[in-house]
Design a protein around this ligand. Sequence first.
Ligand code: ADP
Length: 309
Amino acid sequence: MLVTVTMNPSVDISYPLATLRIDEVNRVQKVTKTAGGKGLNVARVAAAMDFPVSTTGIIGGTIGDYIMHQLDNQEIAHDFHQIGQESRNCIAILHEGKQTEILEAGPTISELEADSFLTHFQSLLAEQPVSVLTISGSLPQGLTAETYKEIIRLANQGNIPVVLDTSGPTLVEILEDHTLKIAAIKPNKDELAAIEGGAGDDLVSLLAKERYANVEWVIVTLGSAGAFAKHHDRYYQVRIPKITVVNPVGSGDATVAGIAMAISKGLSDEDLLKTAMTTGMLNTMEATTGHVNKDNFETYFSQVTVSDN
Ligand code: ADP
């Protein structure tokens, strides 16, 4: 079973408006409210691929209840640590071809709440056979990279491979701790450039750095250009077919789901990369974020090519 971690989930509210009137009342007819968070997208994609999955993290209040209710409706198992504070809303106003976002920071997690979550997480790992873990997104206020490190340590103790999808200083701090074992990271090119101070075309030299020494797989996703990957000391260029993109939001999360499923199944390097690209592509072909149509999997899987670099 895959377990996905989202430490700061949200209810994502979308307000489509013909025109956004500043300093006036704006009335919205067609509101959508969906349980949001990168780890929830990973879980939804895995579930759509019929892969056993459960999702965890920290959640609270009526917004937390709403998120869990939606997951129940989508038949996605969840086992969150619940706190007294409210989880957050994230609002996207879609107007005049633009997207204006208002993102709540969410709860500030106390040391006690962080410790209780880790205890909860530890028993969750003990209760069921977990074959792979994904950790996605940024941390809520009050938590530092140490919480992610502790989650990774607990997974390492149980020999559970960890796919880590976070960015910036949190990612750098985790990579610097070579006592941690990480099965895969999946930066996109911008995220790689942010931690490396730029990412030119020579990805081999970049990924050969000591910083990535404790990571088995580094999969740099390149949107429509596919991916460039490093597995131990092997490098791969991954090319994907041209497809009609409906909504690319969440394709990185869908890629993470593909990586996790492939690791759990023990697939070959080539098939792992092809699976990851295919779940990413399938997500871009659907209007709903974090959704894939399993029936299309083989068609696109067979069109991905992997070559040694
Ligand atoms: P992120 O969403 O994390 O920024 P990417 O944009 O690199 O990640 O997308 C992840 C994967 O999703 C890509 O490697 C690819 O398989 C697929 N994908 C994303 N955008 C496109 C696109 N425009 N056309 C085809 N596939 C895409």
